[in-house]
Unconditional design. Structure first.
Lengths: 108, 882
């Protein structure tokens, strides 16, 4: 089945949401995203990592190297306080936008 | 806060870059391994799992590149890497980089230097308060426009005018400075007491003149900064001390600021006080002061002219004899000072811009060649994921680095050049001593460096990146690469040839003018004549017998000097800085002509031996001799020009004239008989028409300032010390000024023109060399590019001559198109040049033909050498390389 393109601007929101639950490494995020989207989205690492690095630079994520459950070393990202605030803002806007879009579609 | 965070992360990114790179590497590695592990769990073989994982990552390198470029400050990093790369490649090919940098440095340096001169002279406002409102007045009368006014006219025209807030009269003066060292002759100006207020020039020390200074004897003086430093050691305590000028004790009230250079040669200023005689209506014909004024804020120069003209019309009604048809003009002071040099500077600037364009084209050409040589590298990078914009940015960075280095070297060249021009530049250029590199110049230098770099780099960058990445796969790209690049190179070479042709035409015309000018006969033989000027202070030489005695004693002393063939004095020696007195005159016995048709002539006062000393031929009648004394009947000589103009139908000898000017205060002013006719001489410059001249004998007009000229016999020389000794023997307080030779004076009149000619010639030389390099380079490249084709042609039986012809035709086409464009450009720009030419027109056929032949010949050589090499291609070898 064809995967969907991730809608413009929502990747950050999804990353922040996923990381709000627990810190994860890049691969984990991509897997979680696939599962949570019921395999509709698959994030290309070429898009995922630039987003992660940018969010980290903006102070919304913090990264640290930790061993994985399989005893590999991986870079785990976790939300900072700023990231949490950003997530709330982002989430609220998204909810309003998606409600608006749905309203339009149903009202038409 | 956010901004700070960003900055901090940029800094971290730059400082901790190696660590960050390693992190990124590890992270990607971890990603691949985890993905592969998952796939193995799903049942794939280890190798296959890993391959799939890498594929999923979308190519490790591309992913990393996207992370890098996605970060804040990534552009900085990119720029840094591009610059480092440019420096590395630049250093790897020192010859190439050297040529590019040198070419750009030459172009940028020359352009910046010329701009500095244009800026300093034409663009920079005069260093006075609100300089845009300063104007100079001009007086049109008898069909001539001159800046000279008579004192009553200043009083009557300027005084009542509502157009000006203030106006001041200025009269040049020379005085002898004595005391505290060798006596010295100084040039200065007598000025209205409010002069410094009008200009709004600051004082370095002391005060400007006050109204009280202009009463009584006016024994106050303001020194120029230069004189103060040179003669008074720059001591601050000179204010209120005294100095002796022309034997009068003057109080130094102030020192003007360095910026004040008006009149240009003035070293001091003293109050100008008009006597009642000078202000009398009868003195309206004696025009000897200039007027500088400050226009009211609400008045334009045009309105000021109109206001003055109304006044002039009123005066014309009141004084129809002298003021009928007089007109008045108002010109901005800045225009008055720099107006004459404007065409020269415009030409120089136009020329240097052409040089810069040719240099640019040449560098673009070189970069194109290199771009073509590096097209594989570009294709490889494109294949590895670099966008076209990225590649163009990188190419531009390379040309910016080259341009930046070139610009830096060019700035150094400009500074050195400008210093040299400021120090050695011909004195005929106004404001030249004040030239300096200032903010507008720096901005200009930076702007042209940027513009040049981009202009040079853009076309090569576009051409080098125009192909697709597929090219890298093709085994041989020689034939396919850069058709666009080659087309661009043709256009560039044609532009270079056109620019070079334009400059060469300009240089040719100027050189021809200069050569023709040097062949102009001045009408006398300057060789072996030494001159100096004397000015007799009125305090000791007021009685007209005193100058007479001094001059005759001095001339006999000088004639007795060993080696001296003849000696004479003259007021109005050709090419000297003597006062050129122009006066109206009328034929005695005829009724007074109306003022508009009153003839005017230049007055010269000379001693009897003058004509023999100068080798000026006496055509008719006799020269002055011992018969012409202070008391004998008044006599004059006229030159051929005066005879042609004023006595077209009759013999001038024996005619009588009256002269409307008084050379010596209270001197003889009766009717004067023309006793001889002498040859014409050039006066102000070899390129000027000979004026009508009237010579008067010194004995009858003992003027107090004149030039002494001594001709030595054969190749003997007379020492300056012996001249000084001769003068000091008669009056130890009398300084010798402007000691020089007549050949030097004639030569100095050519200095400005020589300077312009040499500069344009140098520019043309540079442009021609660059253009020839361009032609040669392009042809050599084409030959190289088409080696296999040439080999094939030769293999199937083409004669070597045919192959040579193939390339010669290519070169000839470039040359013909380039030259045609260049000549068209030269003709179009001819108007600009016309005012600098002498005896040739901008379309001078000889020059145009000469330029065409010279450039075509040189271009033919530049074509033939590579074309010749084409014939030497070995078919076997050429075909094998395919």
């Amino acid at each position: 089945m064809d995967k969907l393109d991730i809608p413009q601007g929502t990747l950050d929101l999804m990353i922040l949401t996923i990381l709000a639950r627990e810190p994860l490494h890049g691969y984990g995020i991509s897997q979680r995203l696939a599962v949570l989207s019921r395999e509709q989205f698959q994030v290309n690492p070429g898009s995922l990592f630039p987003s992660l690095y940018r969010l980290e630079q903006d102070g919304q994520l913090k990264a640290e190297w930790r061993p994985t459950e399989n005893n590999r070393r991986a870079k785990y990202y976790r939300l900072t306080a700023a990231g949490r605030r950003q997530l709330e803002r982002h989430r609220e806007r998204w909810d309003r936008a998606s409600f608006a879009v749905t309203s339009v579609l149903e009202g038409a | 806060m956010r901004l700070l965070q960003r900055l901090a992360s940029i800094v971290r990114w730059i400082t901790g870059r190696d660590q960050a790179e390693r992190d990124l590497d590890d992270e990607m590695q971890a990603f691949v391994e985890m993905a592969a592990a998952d796939k193995m769990r799903a049942g794939l073989a280890a190798a296959e799992a890993r391959r799939m994982a890498v594929l999923e990552l979308g190519g490790v390198e591309q992913a990393k590149e996207r992370v890098r470029t996605g970060r804040h400050g990534a552009w900085l990093d990119t720029v840094g890497r591009d610059v480092a790369y440019a420096l590395r490649t630049g250093a790897r090919t020192p010859a190439f980089s050297g040529v590019v940098v040198a070419t750009l440095a030459l172009g940028i340096g020359a352009t910046t230097a010329v701009f500095t001169i244009v800026n300093g002279i034409l663009l920079r406002p005069l260093p006075y308060r609100d300089p845009g409102r300063l104007v100079m007045l001009f007086y049109g009368h008898h069909g001539r426009v001159s800046p000279w006014f008579s004192p009553p006219n200043v009083r009557d025209y300027v005084g009542p005018s509502q157009a000006f807030t203030e106006a001041a009269a200025v009269a040049p003066v020379t005085v002898n400075l004595t005391g505290g060292g060798e006596p010295e002759r100084l040039q200065g100006a007598r000025v209205s007491w409010n002069y410094f207020n009008v200009l709004g020039a600051a004082m370095a020390l002391g005060r400007p003149f006050a109204e009280s200074d202009a009463q009584g004897d006016g024994l106050a003086v303001v020194l120029s900064d230069g004189l103060w430093r040179r003669r008074f050691g720059g001591r601050p305590d000179v204010v209120n001390s005294t100095t002796t000028l022309d034997g009068r004790t003057m109080t130094i009230v102030g020192v003007a600021s360095r910026a004040l250079r008006f009149p240009a040669t003035a070293e001091f200023w003293q109050p100008l006080i008009f006597t009642s005689r000078e202000l009398a209506d009868a003195a309206r014909g004696a025009q000897w002061v200039q007027v500088v004024a400050r226009v009211k804020d609400t008045v334009s120069p045009g309105q000021a002219t109109t206001a003055l003209q109304t006044m002039a019309d009123r005066l014309a009604a009141a004084f129809p004899d002298s003021e009928k048809d007089a007109t008045l003009l108002v010109t901005p002071l800045h225009e008055r000072i720099v107006g004459d040099i404007r065409p020269t500077l415009a030409t120089l600037f136009g020329a240097v811009v052409l040089v810069l364009l040719v240099a640019c084209a040449n560098v673009a050409n070189l970069l194109l060649v290199r771009g073509q040589a590096r097209s594989r590298e570009m294709a490889m990078r494109a294949a590895l994921g670099a966008s076209r914009a990225r590649l163009i940015a990188q190419s531009l960075t390379e040309s910016l680095v080259l341009g930046g280095v070139g610009g830096a070297v060019g700035a150094a060249i400009a500074v050195v050049t400008v210093r040299a021009v400021a120090r050695l530049g011909p004195a005929s250029i106004p404001r030249v001593a004040d030239l300096s590199v200032d903010l507008p110049v720096l901005a200009f230098g930076l702007a042209i460096t940027l513009a040049t770099s981009i202009a040079c780099g853009l076309m090569p960058a576009l051409a080098a990146t125009s192909g697709s990445s597929r090219r890298v796969v093709a085994p041989s790209s020689r034939g396919a690469v850069g058709a666009a690049g080659t087309r661009a190179r043709r256009v560039l070479v044609i532009s270079e040839l056109a620019g070079a042709a334009m400059l060469l035409v300009a240089a040719g015309l100027l050189v021809r003018s200069y050569v023709l000018l040097q062949q102009v006969e001045p009408g006398f033989d300057p060789q072996g004549v030494t001159t100096f000027t004397l000015s007799l202070p009125a305090a000791r030489y007021g009685d007209p017998d005193r100058p007479r005695t001094l001059v005759s004693a001095l001339l006999s002393r000088l004639q007795a000097e060993p080696g001296v063939a003849s000696a004479a004095v003259a007021m109005g020696l050709p090419f000297s800085s003597d006062l050129n007195t122009i006066a109206g005159f009328r034929h005695e016995g005829e009724r007074e002509p109306d003022s508009a048709s009153m003839p005017t002539a230049s007055l010269r006062v000379v001693s009897p031996d003058y004509f023999r000393m100068m080798t000026i031929p006496v055509r008719q009648g006799r020269p002055f001799d011992s018969r012409d004394t202070a008391t004998s009947p008044e006599v004059v000589l006229i030159n051929e020009q005066a005879a042609r103009r004023f006595f077209p139908a009759r013999d001038p000898i024996g005619q009588q004239i009256r002269i409307g000017a008084e050379l010596v205060s209270g001197g003889r002013s009766g009717p004067k008989t023309i006793v001889g006719l002498v040859g014409d001489v050039k006066y102000g410059g070899l390129d000027e028409d000979t004026p009508a001249e009237i010579y008067l004998p010194y004995e009858q007009q003992p003027v107090d300032a004149f030039t002494v000229a001594v001709r030595t016999a054969g190749d003997r020389r007379v020492s300056i010390a012996s001249l000084r000794h001769a003068v000091a023997g008669l009056d130890p307080l009398l300084p010798l000024a402007n000691v020089t030779g007549l050949p030097g004076l004639v030569d100095a009149s050519l200095a400005g023109r020589r300077f312009t000619t040499l500069v344009i010639l140098a520019f043309a030389g540079i442009a021609v060399v660059l253009a020839l390099i361009g032609v040669y380079g392009l042809l050599a490249y084409l030959v190289d590019q088409r080696r296999s084709e040439i080999g094939l042609r030769l293999a199937i039986g083409a004669a070597p001559a045919d192959v040579v012809w193939m390339f010669v035709r290519e070169g000839a086409t470039l040359t013909v198109v380039g030259l045609t464009a260049g000549l068209a450009g030269a003709l179009a720009a001819g108007r600009l040049l016309a005012s600098l030419l002498f005896a040739v027109t901008p379309a001078d056929p000889a020059t145009l033909v000469g330029v065409v032949l010279a450039l075509a010949g040189a271009a033919a050589c530049a074509t033939y050498v590579p074309a010749r090499r084409a014939a030497g291609v070995d078919p076997n070898e050429a075909l094998k390389t395919e």
